[in-house]
Design a protein around this ligand. Structure first.
Ligand code: 7MK
Ligand code: ZN
Length: 861
């Protein structure tokens, strides 16, 4: 390393030196040489006579101060420093950029021939010299000039002018009346098919809705449009928030590092998060698209109207907006299924992040590369922290807090503390201790002990909070713990206790607290942390009998699912601890599982979740050192035992239940359970040839993929043939092929790695496209422990080789796929050595990006 990248600290925050109220931008587009002219008034906040503007990979071609050439300036790799300035002046900066050479997919770049931008977090500095920080808010007027081969020239806000120019060029001028930070700027230019609709807001304004997709994809846009209208309506109904511009545009592009981006009035989406029809998209895809369209729309208030003071506050907008999109999905669909989804994301990814070298608070305090902090911690744990406030304050208290937040801060760039203060002040609640959630990291543990006193009819629950070793905050957190007490018949015991809110929530504020419940006539079964009321790990010595009781009788579907997850985990742990014994499925658990089919829940999708066991990552969190082989074997054993146990009922259900291929909740649920059934049946001796073939030739992607997944997982002899047929049928559609690449990556046999290497040459594969890379190599490293953690190190090498190539091409993408290598300390000595060797190799490559440097440095040191 020539120079170690420098970290920025939250504690060093300084307000901006100048104020900019308005900026005029002019773009003359050309692939190799786009000329950007920026013109804006600066007013010094504190009589400064110099100014430092952000700019990266820019060629400065002109600089004027108050219309005059100005020579007192200095250009560095990352800054333009101008000296000897009056306290108020107009700056005009001309720069040149080359979108065609920009493979980082940040700033202005070309995606399959269309110009587009991605500015969050710090991409605007790759477009022009400016204060590229979220607390400088300005109105934007943008003129885009392009060839006539780019019929659509788009930017934020309202179109105010357009016309033709000489040499076949034309221009469009846009004005965004709302002040925004630079990260919300967007520009798109290209040829698209356009889906148009409209929405009448509750105050009666008509909003024009437009979705721009690649030519030929129009039939895949309606679902996103419906999702957008549902989002707009839901935000009016649940949060009393109305859209504020006259137009809302969404553009789908094929080359995009993330899911989507909430640029004011002009969202840019990864095409995978927009396009769907029944032949190409799974039920899961439909759900994800709806929630991402919602997420970006909800940002209009939580992110755009009120934005972040600095990037350390990212969770202010992301945690809150994830909470909002989760609530949107739960109000429109199944609350229990959505909760299961959210909890799985926490346990699979966030707990691991919180236990690894990249662990950070939801409000980080030290950052080298901001792009590394768009994490499950900031997003998903951030949403859990918002949810805890919701649990403590209730829906109406929470909404009062939101209202005050907008009254106080509309049009401002604020902090997480400002948000919590609004919640506290609006409801008269003391949330000072609660704020520690923004500073702590490492998943807290709740150690619970219970005691029943028969003579006094008293039940005592003692809860101790234990903080992770690396957590800087060792003082007690304010934790809402939802509970339920069940009697011997499975009935719910009413809890009457002065400290219990809404009959179910106890509040922890001390390190150890004891709650005593009176008038309890028999020893109850305790349901704890119901609905995952806090992002904690629960340690309570449940017996199998108690868990089975909860699985049968708890009031909520979520609690039953959770009990089953604990039961599966117990079984796996017993086997891992003593592999000499045969794997035996406990009698009690077997009885519960069978009973689920005697008396099926109304929602069959829930039943599919009940019989799905925790994944490798979730299970490995329970071990200081991950027993790779034993865990893989235990998972296989448990699945095959469940398959044998349920063979009869699954077969009956599979053969007797039809669905019509519609997107109704009922049909979606039937497909979920039928696919789960086929998955298990493929693991038994059952002849599933006909079912696999039939489903694989279905015109419905959920069914088709379900068959392929079952065949690949079971290493069925049909698997290769089905995979080949899929390739032939779908190689014209890259988004569909991503599903195929992802399946290739899950193959269990040793040939998996050579196969992946050969797929790099597949005509559909392209290392410069993040979707392809994530589908094939991301899936491999995240979900194929058997092959990724192979003892010859070939899995680690495969990942590191690709990261080497991506380091220059697309640092953000390289940095995102490295995660599974970082937690090497969790593995045995041999694997540790192999993983570490790859990290060391990566650490010494030339021009290592800041993104990779930050992670590798943290992991190794
Ligand atoms: C989601 C930022 C954007 C990771 C997850 C998203 C990104 C990264 C979408 C990009 C988002 N602001 O809306 O949060
Ligand atoms: Zn977001």
């Amino acid at each position: 390393m020539t120079q170690k990248p420098q970290a920025k600290f939250l504690k060093d925050y300084q307000p901006p030196s100048h104020q900019v109220d308005h900026i005029d931008l002019n773009f003359d587009l050309s692939p190799k040489k786009t000329v950007v002219t920026a013109k804006y008034q600066l007013t010094a906040n504190d009589h400064q006579t110099s100014v430092e503007l952000d700019g990266v990979d820019l060629k400065l071609i002109s600089l004027k101060v108050n219309g005059q050439a100005h020579n007192e300036y200095e250009v560095t790799d990352t800054k333009l420093i101008i000296a000897n300035l009056p306290s108020k002046f107009e700056l005009e900066v001309g720069t040149e950029i080359a979108p065609e050479l920009n493979t980082s997919l940040e700033g202005l770049y070309l995606s399959d021939g269309a110009y587009c931008t991605q500015c969050e977090a710090e991409g605007f500095r790759k477009i022009t010299y400016f204060f590229d920080r979220p607390d400088v808010l300005a109105t934007y007027a943008v003129t885009v000039i392009g060839d006539s081969s780019f019929p659509y020239l788009l930017s934020n806000g309202n179109k105010v002018d357009e016309g033709t120019l000489e040499n076949g060029k034309h221009f469009v001028k846009w004005e965004d009346p709302f002040k925004k930070p630079s990260y919300l700027f967007a520009l798109v230019a290209g040829e698209f098919d356009l889906l148009v609709d409209s929405f009448k807001t509750k105050s009666g304004r008509d909003v024009k809705l437009q979705i721009f997709v690649d030519k030929g994809n129009l039939s895949k846009a309606p679902h996103a449009m419906e999702s957008l209208k549902k989002s707009m309506k839901w935000d009016e109904e649940r949060f009393d928030l109305e859209y504020d511009l006259d137009i809302y545009m969404i553009v789908a592009v094929d080359f995009f590092n993330m899911g989507a981006m909430e640029n004011k009035g002009l969202n840019v989406f990864n095409s995978a998060c927009v396009l769907a029809n029944q032949e190409t998209a799974t039920d899961r895809d439909y759900h994800v698209i709806e929630s991402i369209v919602g997420h970006e729309y909800f940002h209009n208030w939580t992110g755009n109207r009120v934005t972040c003071r600095d990037w350390f506050q990212l969770s202010l907008k992301e945690g809150l907006t994830v909470f909002r999109d989760q609530e949107f999905s739960s109000d429109l669909g199944s609350r229990a299924l959505n909760r299961i989804d959210a909890v799985n994301a926490m346990r699979t990814h966030q707990f691991a992040e919180d236990a690894g070298p990249m662990a950070h608070p939801i409000r980080p305090e030290k950052v080298i590369e901001m792009n590394n902090f768009y994490t499950v911690t900031v997003y998903n744990k951030g949403a859990e922290v918002i949810r805890m406030m919701h649990t403590l304050l209730g829906e109406s208290g929470f909404q009062q807090g939101m209202k005050l937040y907008f009254e106080r801060h509309d049009g401002q760039a604020v902090t997480c503390d400002d948000f919590v203060n609004s919640m506290a002040d609006a409801t008269g609640t003391d949330l000072s201790q609660f704020k520690l959630w923004y500073s702590q990291f490492g998943t807290p543990k709740l150690k619970v002990r219970t005691q029943y006193n028969e003579n006094q009819c008293q039940y005592q629950v003692e809860i101790e909070q234990v903080h992770a070793e690396q957590d800087p905050i060792q003082s007690p957190l304010h934790i809402p713990v939802a509970i339920e007490l069940l009697d011997g018949e499975g009935g719910k015991i009413d809890i009457e206790h002065p400290e219990v809110r809404q009959g179910r929530v106890i509040e922890l504020k001390e390190e150890i607290q004891t709650f005593t419940f009176s008038d309890i006539s028999e020893e109850p079964t305790l349901v704890l942390l119901e609905d995952f009321s806090a992002p904690c790990i629960l340690e309570y010595d449940y017996s199998t009998t108690q868990l089975c009781h909860i699985a049968m009788f708890a009031t909520s579907d979520y609690a039953r699912w959770e009990a089953l997850q604990q039961l599966y985990t117990q079984q796996i742990r017993e086997y891992v601890a003593d592999q000499k014994h045969e794997f035996v499925l406990s009698q009690e658990l077997s009885a519960v599982l069978l009973s689920l089919f005697d008396n099926k829940p109304k929602d069959l999708a829930i039943l599919a979740e009940y019989i799905t066991i925790p994944n490798f990552d979730t299970l490995s969190a329970g071990y200081a050192q991950v027993p790779v082989e034993a865990l893989c074997k235990a998972i296989d054993e448990l699945e095959s035992q469940i398959a044998q146990l349920l063979q009869g009922v699954l077969k009956a259900f599979y053969n007797e239940t039809q669905e019509s291929g519609s997107l109704s909740a009922t049909d979606v649920a039937v497909r979920a359970l039928k696919n789960r059934s086929l998955y298990y049946l493929s693991l038994t001796g059952e002849d599933v040839m006909a079912s696999l073939n039939a489903q694989a030739s279905s015109a419905n992607m959920t069914n088709k993929l379900g068959a392929l997944r079952s065949a690949v997982n079971a290493e069925h002899r049909l698997a290769d043939e089905l995979m080949d047929n899929f390739d032939k049928q779908w190689n014209h559609d890259l988004l569909v092929m991503d599903k195929w690449f992802a399946l290739q990556a899950t193959k269990k046999a040793d040939a998996c790695i050579d196969n992946i290497l050969s797929l790099y040459e597949h005509p559909c594969f392209d290392k410069s496209n993040p979707n392809r890379v994530r589908a094939l190599v991301g899936t491999f490293a995240r979900t194929n422990p058997k092959q990724f953690h192979r003892e010859d190190g070939a899995g680690y090498k495969l990942l590191a080789d690709l990261i080497c190539e991506l380091n220059q091409l697309n640092p953000q993408n390289a940095s995102r796929i490295i995660t599974p290598l970082l937690s090497f300390k969790r593995f045995d000595e041999k694997r540790q050595g192999l993983m570490k060797a790859q990290l060391e190799r990566l650490s010494s490559i030339e021009n290592l990006s800041d993104d990779l440097f930050e992670k590798i440095d943290k992991a190794l040191n």
